[in-house]
Ligand binder design. Structure first.
Ligand code: ZN
Length: 657
């Protein structure tokens, strides 16, 4: 393990707290040390307060802050004197301790301190670093882990047996550390949890961490348990989207809420899922209490969700009676599924959560495989996992989280999504918490926005094979399909029927009608598996009820599409799929309407551009966003009992009303 310290970089961080920021980021950059939001660091500073008193303040990473990108403001300043007094209490409740900590900060706007704040206060060093390094966990999480840790470190570290993080752990360290620390001590190993290092400067504490983790890596290498090799097991090329959607449906049913499911078919995940002993090694539990909390339970299962839910209920019932407070049972759905064909599937209420689960499990696989090479992986006991999962503090967070966004855990697909109404639909759906698969023939779609819950795919929807490929990739990314917005369409220049060439007519029909048939046919089995029922919204046109001269192909295509949607509403109702159509008119903030075209059209009617834009009953301008908001609402609870409807969004048309 290499130190990432760089003198030039470090010189840009002036002052003790800034140095703390710098080395915290160095730790955060290495995912084998800490994952998103994991690990914590602190520095003790002496400061003069507003009334002139000097006091010692512990600056500790705020909970939820990510070490890789932390700023000074991400550290919570807590009064040391009070923390040290709290450490003397006999068995206070965790909620009380949390209250004491929050009321003894010196900056009201600071984030809540990490739960390990008392432990950091008790360690008599200016800088303290804490990680859940993979290499250390591979050594501690074995049958004879403690003996191995002593063999690796000698008197460089104090070894603490596993106890629940929080107050109990702080007290145990307070008792053990002063007795066991000697002049060579530069760290502390917490069995089945992680490692601490400390020092007088930020650099020293950081480099102690690197040194200590490096020793664990060297040990693993000596024991032939460092290099992990896996064969390039070929994955079959067959389509798996229906299997995945069915798996996600089952998982969501078990959870009681829709979950996203991200599929990872890298050689590493596939090899792990195909191990002969996968059922045994993956069922023990997480490698550190940190991974239970942040990912709401990481234990993996093979594709037997129902069996897992059953076991989970037994496990809850077996342990809940020992709990001090009544507990809210978490949903019994696992968050990682291992399957020899599918690879590793990570579930979450959002794409971000699923990504954190996947990353956590990728590291867990390393720990498990290395510990197995050392003789056998030993995770926390079921009781320990229960205690962390059902910790008062975690339970309080669950209660505080509040209502999730309306489309949390759901997936939408939008066609023609790179601009205009399609792009606005993407935004409206993302804003409501959906993950979005966005298709467009314009490759710019791939860079439309950079977020975990967005997948832009270049796709000519009039080519069947491209649609099938896009669906396959979309479902691998998110797990299925709940909402389909058919928006892609072309509007060729006006041409009277007398001059309408057959190839122009065909082109319009191909994109505006035939492509939608393909999408509907291919998406139907996926929509049928949507946990809350599938929804399809078709972007029609005012031209359907009120056609104009010169747009025969366009009007005919949209009328046929509307009729197709009406038949779908009839056919798909029994599958719980709702189909509704909206008819926009005169939406000018789209690609088709350049300033010149607008001016020409306005002049044609003897109007100014402004008058032309608002020539409707309400004299209002209809924007892409207005159409998109209605499309998203049609997928939501307000339209839960509506199907086969056609709703105008045109400011009112006297030809239709
Ligand atoms: Zn920890």
């Amino acid at each position: 393990m290499q130190s990432r310290w760089n003198d030039d970089e470090a010189a840009g961080f002036k002052g003790d707290l800034a140095q703390r920021v710098y080395t915290s980021r160095l730790l955060g950059r290495d995912k084998s040390l800490v994952l998103h939001g994991g690990g914590n660091t602190s520095v003790k500073l002496r400061e003069r307060n507003l009334v002139g008193d000097e006091e010692d303040i512990l600056y500790i990473k705020g909970s939820g802050c990510d070490l890789e990108v932390i700023e000074e403001a991400g550290f919570a300043p807590v009064r040391m004197a009070h923390l040290l007094k709290l450490a003397q209490l006999k068995a206070p409740g965790d909620p009380q301790i949390v209250n004491e900590i929050l009321t003894h900060m010196t900056r009201a706007a600071a984030p809540a301190p990490s739960v390990e704040v008392i432990l950091h206060a008790l360690l008599p060093h200016k800088y303290v670093d804490h990680t859940h390094a993979d290499a250390v966990l591979a050594v501690t999480n074995t049958e004879d882990g403690e003996a191995r840790v002593r063999e690796v470190y000698g008197d460089r570290v104090v070894v603490i047996p596993y106890v629940m993080p929080g107050f109990d752990l702080a007290q145990l360290c307070a008792a053990r550390f002063p007795v066991e620390a000697g002049k060579h001590t530069i760290g502390m190993v917490l069995m089945k949890h992680g490692i601490f290092s400390f020092g007088a400067t930020a650099r020293e504490s950081y480099e102690h961490m690197i040194h200590l983790v490096g020793l664990a890596e060297d040990y693993l290498a000596r024991k032939g348990a460092w290099e992990l090799r896996w064969q390039q097991n070929g994955i079959s090329r067959k389509a798996i989207r229906l299997e995945l959607a069915a798996l996600r449906a089952k998982l969501s049913r078990t959870a009681g809420v829709p979950l996203l499911l991200a599929t990872h078919q890298d050689a590493r995940s596939i090899a792990f899922a195909r191990r002969a002993d996968v059922a045994e090694i993956s069922q023990q539990g997480p490698a550190t209490p940190d991974h239970v909390i942040r990912t709401k339970r990481v234990p993996a299962v093979e594709r037997d969700i129902e069996g897992y839910a059953f076991r989970y209920r037994e496990y809850y019932n077996a342990h809940a009676p020992y709990a001090r407070e009544p507990k809210t049972m978490l949903d019994p759905a696992p968050r990682v599924i291992l399957d020899p064909e599918l690879g590793m599937c990570a579930a979450g209420r959002s794409a971000k959560e699923a990504a954190i689960v996947a990353e956590t499990y990728l590291h867990t696989m390393d720990v498990i495989e290395r510990a197995t090479l050392l003789g056998g992986f030993r995770a926390l006991s079921a009781k320990d996992i229960f205690d962390v999962e059902y910790w008062d503090i975690e339970q309080a967070k669950i209660k505080k989280d509040g209502a999730p966004p309306v489309f949390a855990g759901e997936i939408a697909l939008v066609t023609g999504a790179a601009s205009g109404i399609g792009k606005a639909c993407v935004e409206a759906l993302l804003a409501r918490g959906a993950a979005v698969i966005a298709l467009d023939v314009n490759p710019a779609i791939e860079r439309l926005t950079r977020r975990e819950d967005f997948l832009g795919i270049t796709c000519d929807v009039s080519a069947d094979s491209e649609v099938v490929k896009a669906l396959e990739n979309g479902v691998k990314a998110f797990g299925g399909l709940d909402m389909l917005v058919l928006n892609a369409g072309i509007f060729p220049g006006g041409r009277p029927i007398a001059a309408l060439r057959h190839e122009d007519w065909r082109k319009v029909m191909q994109v505006n009608l035939d492509a939608d048939l393909t999408l509907m046919r291919e998406c139907h089995p996926l929509l049928k598996l949507a946990p809350k029922g599938g929804r399809m919204v078709v972007i029609g046109s005012k031209n359907v009820p009120a056609p104009g001269p010169g747009a025969a192909a366009y009007s005919a295509s949209k009328a046929a599409l509307t009729q197709l949607a009406r038949v779908a509403a009839l056919e798909w109702g029994a599958d719980g799929i709702r189909v509704n159509v909206l008819h926009p008119d005169a939406v000018f903030d789209t690609g088709i309407w350049t300033d010149e075209v607008l001016k020409a059209r306005a002049a044609h009617y003897g109007m100014t551009v402004e008058e032309y834009k608002r020539r409707n009953v309400l004299k209002t301008e209809v924007m892409s966003r207005d159409v998109a908001e209605l499309a998203a609402e049609m997928c939501g609870p307000a339209f839960a009992k509506t199907t086969g409807a056609q709703v105008p969004v045109d400011g009112g048309s006297d030809r239709v009303i």
